[in-house]
Design a protein around this ligand. Sequence first.
Ligand code: AMP
Length: 152
Amino acid sequence: MTAPYQRILVAIDCSDESADILCRAAGVLEGNATGELHLIHVIEPLALAYGADVPMDVTDLQSGLVKQARETALEYARQYQIGEDRIHVELGSIEKTIVDKADALGVDLIVVGSHTRSGLALLLGSTARGLVPGAHCDVLAVKVQRKDKKSD
Ligand code: AMP
């Protein structure tokens, strides 16, 4: 029999659906007093997100986004007694940053939301699908309905 999951990394985009994803992840650790939940939110650097050099200094803007995202992540974390040291707000490309953090923390499960897609969006693929090839642990995709974002 395989061992129960012990350390889980939950990827949140800080939208309202994050609560549903966290609830699922917490459910996986139910009854496991030594299990650990970690939260990650990734901010894509502006130049990366726009695919070109941004002709201005965006350092202040980026640190404002990081601060705001951390506060939102903290609100979610409080509901599940997740300590500040288990909240990770990182700059980078979303899938790679999540996989790298999962490796660094030695997690055995990544939990991520997954929106149902149709039409052209199908071609773009989902975050969950993008994670699977590079991940060295299991990936749980929680089906979610699109809701409004709280930050960035
Ligand atoms: P998708 O089906 O591609 O829209 O994936 C949405 C899910 O990907 C969210 O519910 C999160 O779990 C994850 N995700 C999307 N953006 C981010 C982000 N910036 N940081 C962390 N996780 C994210």
